[in-house]
Design a protein around this ligand. Structure first.
Ligand SMILES: NC(=O)C1=CN([C@@H]2O[C@H](COP(=O)(O)OP(=O)(O)OC[C@H]3O[C@@H](n4cnc5c(N)ncnc54)[C@H](OP(=O)(O)O)[C@@H]3O)[C@@H](O)[C@H]2O)[C@@H](O)CC1
Ligand SMILES: Nc1ncnc2c1ncn2[C@@H]1O[C@H](COP(=O)(O)OP(=O)(O)O)[C@@H](O)[C@H]1O
Length: 289
């Protein structure tokens, strides 16, 4: 059965922030993202997590991307990781990544990581070992093309956030029907957030959700990275992973709609999603301060 997502559905999911809370109450998330060519993706993911309310965001990124990202990002802790001549993470990064993942409440892997054998080995090893909720986006998904079965070994159902191209690469399915998405989620024991004009979310137990926010102004490189950051943030704050996927999809699209209304479908940017998200989230303030 299909559930249509709307504002009231999401309002029931987003918890109030307790007045006496401290940063440890809002999750420590680790983003394993970026490479020398894709610093923007790592920036958007990390800032998506910050703007969605995480207590502490750590970004682990190859040391060749680190100088750029350390300047671009203020709130996240930015950690340089061993890097190959290709500007992507090298195998030597694994011990440090595993140790950071142990301390994380949720883990995002993939935005702008690039594609290489070392990246694929890192993605697989993190999925095998991490105990916390994992969100897999972009090159994190691409890394599984030859290793899909690893998804069944994850400690908790992994959330995958493919666009149509990434899903076709992973599953061999072009233009999948709703039933095929549900079947994939069930067979692989994962949560599938299939991005598009009307994003679909399929849970391993057969539940299916359709998002109705968002507009073509969001069809620009970087929008999906913002969503991945928002999603890992909600996971790190302790939301049920299917609820987190539904809420992130709807809020991301709604922030995009606010950006389009204010700045135009043509001129709005993924950065504008980050800009308008706080205005949207005002409705979850506990009182007028
Ligand atoms: N500023 C930065 O640093 C940014 C960095 N980024 C990083 O770049 C990396 C590569 O990611 P990517 O998505 O650009 O390329 P890729 O995975 O090859 O997919 C494209 C292929 O898929 C196909 N395709 C079919 N349907 C599709 C759809 N709905 N949406 C999109 N594509 C669709 C499409 O087929 P076509 O439409 O051409 O027929 C084409 O063959 C990744 O790490 C990402 O995080 C980006 O986030 C941008 C900002
Ligand atoms: N026409 C559209 N209507 C609604 N949402 C859209 C539209 N085009 C793109 N989006 C949203 O923007 C995001 C694009 O993500 P993605 O395809 O991964 O690209 P990238 O990571 O390069 O930004 C997705 O969340 C998608 O749902």
């Amino acid at each position: 059965m299909m559930t249509e997502l709307d504002q009231s559905y999401v309002d029931r999911i987003i918890p109030e922030r307790a007045a006496e809370a401290n940063k440890n109450d809002f999750g420590r998330v680790l983003c394993v993202c970026g490479c020398a060519g894709y610093t923007g993706a790592a920036y958007f993911a990390a800032q998506g997590a910050v703007r969605m309310g995480s207590g502490v965001v750590t970004l682990a990124t190859p040391e060749r991307a680190w100088p750029v990202l350390a300047v671009k990002l203020n709130e996240p802790v930015v950690r340089p990781m061993p890097c190959g001549a290709d500007g992507m993470l090298s195998r030597e990064a694994l011990p440090a990544l595993l140790s950071l993942a142990e301390k994380a409440d949720a883990l995002l892997i993939g935005c702008g990581l690039g594609r290489s054998y070392a990246v694929a080995e890192i993605v697989v090893t993190l999925i095998e070992n991490a105990k916390c909720q994992i969100v897999l986006d972009a090159d994190g998904i691409n890394a599984l093309t030859a290793h899909k079965d690893i998804l069944r070994q994850a400690a908790q159902p992994v959330i995958l956030t493919p666009h149509a191209g990434e899903f076709a690469r992973l599953s061999g399915l072009e233009n999948p029907q709703q039933g095929e998405l549900t079947l994939f989620a069930r067979k692989m024991g994962c949560i599938l957030l299939y991005k598009g004009h009307r994003t679909l979310i399929a849970a391993p137990d057969g539940r299916l959700y359709r998002n109705h926010s968002g507009n073509p102004g969001m069809a620009k490189g970087g929008s999906g990275d913002v969503l991945a950051g928002m999603l890992v943030s909600l996971c790190g704050q302790g939301l049920d992973p299917v609820d987190a996927a539904c809420a992130a999809a709807w809020l991301h699209g709604r922030a995009g709609d606010m950006a389009a209304n204010a700045r135009s479908e043509y001129g709005m940017t993924p950065g504008d999603l980050l800009h308008f998200l706080p205005d949207l989230l005002k409705r979850y303030n506990t009182r007028e301060w």
